[in-house]
Design a protein around this ligand. Sequence first.
Ligand code: DMJ
Length: 591
Amino acid sequence: MVDASVRKRKQAVATQVPAAGSTKADQSALNKKTAGTVRLTPILSLLLVALGLLLFQQPQLAQRLFDVVTSITSGDAPLPGTGQGVGVQIEADIEKRDAVVEAFKHAWLAYERDAMGADEYHPIGHRGSNLTAAGGIGYTVIDSMDTMLIMGLDEEYQRARKWVENKLDFDQDANFNTFETTIRVLGGLLSAYNLTGDALYLEKAVDLGDRILPAFNTPSGLPTSMINLGKREGVMNPDTPDLVSTAEAATLQLELRYLSWLTDNEEYWEKAEKVMRVIKDARLATGLASIYLSKNDGRYALSAIRLGSRGDSYYEYLLKQYIQTNLTEPVYRTMYDDAMESIDKHLIRQSEQAKLVYTAELIPQHSHSGEVIWRLAPKQDHLVCFLGGSLMLGATLTGATTHPVSIPPHASQLTREGKRDWINGVELIRTCMKTHDTQTGLAPEIVHFRIPTDGLEGSIMPNDWYIKGAKPGAPAPYDARYILRPETVESLFVAFRLTGDQRYRDYGWSIFQAIEKYCKIESGGYASVLNVDKVPVEHEDKMETFLMSETLKYLYLLFEDDKTLPLSKYVFNTEAHPFPIFNPTIRTGFS
Ligand code: DMJ
């Protein structure tokens, strides 16, 4: 099992993060308390009685109101979502943690038996497949290795290492997705190197990194969507030959920067940084990011704005780049603060009845006069569920008046923005858990929230949310699937580490049990479920690699003690590969 002081090649920062720049104005605003005597006029009394009745009938609303009011008015009050814990030290829940290890073994051993070395696994057909006809590049093996190391599965790890040593070959004349190859394969190699110090992984990471670099040889410096690893040539997706997905372009930076730091090769750093500079220069008036950029001029293309697919990890990496560089690069904090302010203003909305907080999407449309207008769509991808934990983590780093904040943090330790993000984060996790209120207890790929103009009768759609495309009596829509995604358990892990609130472990355990009950294939492996709202379930014959790299790793860490991979020393890439936080020797060249 990896302990907190895993060996490091270069000494990473392992100390508390320094105080970030909060202002006196932040402090005094935070400490303001409501004062004065309330005079009860008859009208006010009536209002209070009515409010009392409402809260009596809806205790959940009362709790939420209490949480919000106390967190805003009292410097000492607990923040919402912090439960009873004060100064919590997180101990392992050994039984549940070990149950997650058994699940990992059930997945890995089946893959190893049926498909060792193949990029992808199909547990029902007992077979593997590769992403291209040229041959595999270790997608599943490399994505899973650090989870084995963290879980202490030494025998499994040694066999995987042998495969990397003897079989892995990136010299494949075929096109691979630049982003996926970076986050899964380069990310997996780098974290395996960090956890073991084994030079084999750094050598392979350098080989892969060098093959990826030509993707950045575009007029703007934004990377091509694909890369031919054998020819070392960037290739565009023929469906969108001029467009690059924003999340894909802006989710390579942790990996390339860490590789640069390990090798002292500045080229990786510069290519990654150039992308961020281009994106900063392209800023839209709203401060939000459209999901496509032009690879030629680096400007945003007219396209949707969302926290879901093609948008998600752009926002995730703004915060994580600031964390990775030990809070020493203010430009990433500025970009993150700007984005979070904009998300709160333009995208955070509440459902009609239960007031579930969600993130909406902005869809561009042309008016009759040809003008662009933005339609707000109440649609949220499961992918967005990373945001709850991310907002809470960001609140304790960019929205804090003291470092480190306590566990759980107190309202008095957060700025106005910090409290805003904390509350949004807690509420988003609550909403993501609500989307597990299905027949299986699993959440679908995409949900819609009810809005007054949706024209749906309450009797047809009685709940605040529904699966995108679902119609009573009709076949299940495509987005009713659960494909073993990690985002909600990722947020639960972060929220638990920041609060010690048992509710997050309880939520995680219920998700784990649902996966065990409905996704587990008896003969080995786990498969996606086609409709989360129907039992018995039908499976899709695919076990996504992120089950072993992310979902089971975050579940394991949720039940592990807090000495393993502490958030003060590690930052997780978007595929859950932990990298050390370090003090950079290269400074970012733009502000
Ligand atoms: C993972 O590959 C990464 O987390 C990525 O950023 C988006 N989604 C999948 C898992 O859902």
